[in-house]
Design a protein around this ligand. Structure first.
Ligand SMILES: Nc1ncnc2c1ncn2[C@@H]1O[C@H](COP(=O)(O)OP(=O)(O)OP(=O)(O)O)[C@@H](O)[C@H]1O
Ligand SMILES: [Mg+2]
Length: 413
């Protein structure tokens, strides 16, 4: 059997899995995709283990059936309102090789990152990521890679993402109980950024908004690294509930109407557009103007996007942000979301984040709802490639290695 990697996104509305098989030359092809309704989570956190295990198993089995691979391990996404991001910094003296050679080496970089990590994190929280933003060598700021630079003082600015240790443990248990080993974890927001934001956008300063079912995840990127992280306890499920309550219909019917006919920007609705509300309990079906549905959806979507804007407006006004607002997640499928966000954020630099064409992934899956799982999958592949490169380096002499790696990198990029 060929090697494979799997990304698993355990969301509040859906559990999604992607399997990629890796050929002998190191190139990957997506061969399995699975999705199942998720019933064991609230606001991105597991509240019912049995249901979560069942949803995970169903998504994995669907992907397995498509690919023929029997999955035993995966990279999982971690999301939910317990996730927090903080910025920190660390300083060290450059050790160098003797007094006259203060050249910064890998050791110094590791030490300065450790120093930046050494902030007090409560016992009940787990550090998920420590992402370097930039380095300062003596007085020189904004350095991306300080290796081989000369200096006496090295400073690192980092963004640290943490989550509740208990919530993460329960998530891990659910995955293990679905007979899967965990290769690694990744914060869902970073995965979504990887799938839908270009490097240029992330460099120039951009905002990723993932409109999920139970949560809205926000990541502000600047200089190629995260600057701010937040997971808000609001999402598409509330929009569905609003329709269900106002129109007196079941949540299932409300969800279908939202997905098929929903819109969150009134000017997009034509005067004569109508929607059929099915009858409930002997009540006859009712034809209503589509604008009535928009009147319910738009204020709730406006509220969610305003909450996001309130959280980040201080940050985005404190420095130049010349990238884009990139909206993704299932809620990005709602017509009018760009127009509404454009008004709330007072900018035209807004787009929907569609994942790219990775490993032959077909069009159906390259929709915003798949952003997170695609980012997780890509990370699983990167980690696999790194390990493989290290292994080849160990097994083969340097000369033959470079040719071999080059050939499969060339094919991939
Ligand atoms: N075409 C559509 N129009 C409107 N809303 C949609 C559409 N497609 C999906 N959604 C909404 O997107 C939400 C689900 O998004 P997504 O699949 O990204 O969530 P999730 O990852 O399961 O949840 P979370 O990230 O909050 O844990 C649901 O509320 C769903 O109704
Ligand atoms: Mg999600």
């Amino acid at each position: 059997m060929s090697d494979y990697v799997v990304g698993l996104d355990i969301g509040t509305s859906k559990v999604r899995a992607i399997i990629g098989e890796i050929s002998d030359d190191g190139v990957f092809h997506v061969t399995g995709v699975g999705s199942s309704p998720s019933t064991g989570l609230r606001k991105g956190v597991v509240v019912n283990i049995e249901n979560t295990v069942a949803s995970i198993s169903q998504a994995i089995e669907t992907a397995e059936m498509m690919s023929g691979v029997e999955v035993t391990h995966c990279l999982i996404g971690v999301g939910g309102t317990h996730i927090e991001g903080i910025n920190s910094r660390g300083v060290v003296a450059v050790s160098g090789r003797g007094r006259d050679n203060r050249e910064i080496g890998k050791e110094d970089i590791n030490r300065v990152i450790d120093a930046a990590k050494a902030i007090v994190i409560p016992m009940d929280r787990k550090m998920l990521h420590v992402v370097p933003q930039s380095y300062i060598v003596d007085d020189q700021k904004g350095i991306k890679d300080p290796r081989n630079m000369i200096g006496v003082r090295l400073e690192a600015e980092v963004h640290i993402i943490t989550g509740s240790a208990t919530s993460i443990k329960i998530l891990e248990n659910s995955v293990n109980r679905a007979n899967l080993l965990i290769d690694a974890h990744m914060f869902n927001g970073l995965a979504a950024v990887k799938a839908v934001m270009t490097e240029e956008e992330s460099e120039l300063g951009s905002i990723m908004i993932d409109l999920g079912g139970g949560t809205t995840t926000v990541l502000v990127m600047a200089g190629g690294a995260p600057l701010y992280t937040a997971v808000l306890p609001v999402g598409g499920i509330q929009v569905t509930n609003d329709i269900s309550i106002v129109k007196g219909i079941s949540a299932e019917t409300a969800e279908k109407i939202k997905v098929d006919e929903g819109c969150c920007w009134m000017p997009l609705i034509e005067e004569n557009e109508e929607v059929l509300l099915p009858g409930v309990g002997g009540r006859p079906p009712l034809v209503i103007p589509r604008s009535e549905i928009c009147e319910i959806i738009q204020p709730r979507m406006a509220e969610i996007l305003t909450m996001v804007h309130e959280k980040i407006k201080g940050i985005i006004h404190s420095r130049p942000f010349s990238g884009n607002v990139v909206i993704t997640g299932g809620g990005a499928n709602l017509p009018g979301v760009v127009e509404l966000a454009s008004e709330i954020f007072d900018t035209q630099a807004i787009r929907i984040g569609f994942p790219g064409n990775y490993g032959g992934l077909t069009g159906d899956y390259r929709s915003p709802d798949y952003a997170t799982v695609i980012g997780l999958f890509l990370t699983a592949y990167e980690q696999y490639s790194k390990q493989r490169t290290e292994q080849i380096h160990r097994e083969y002499p340097a000369k033959t290695v470079s040719g071999r790696i080059k050939s499969w990198f060339k094919e991939f990029f």
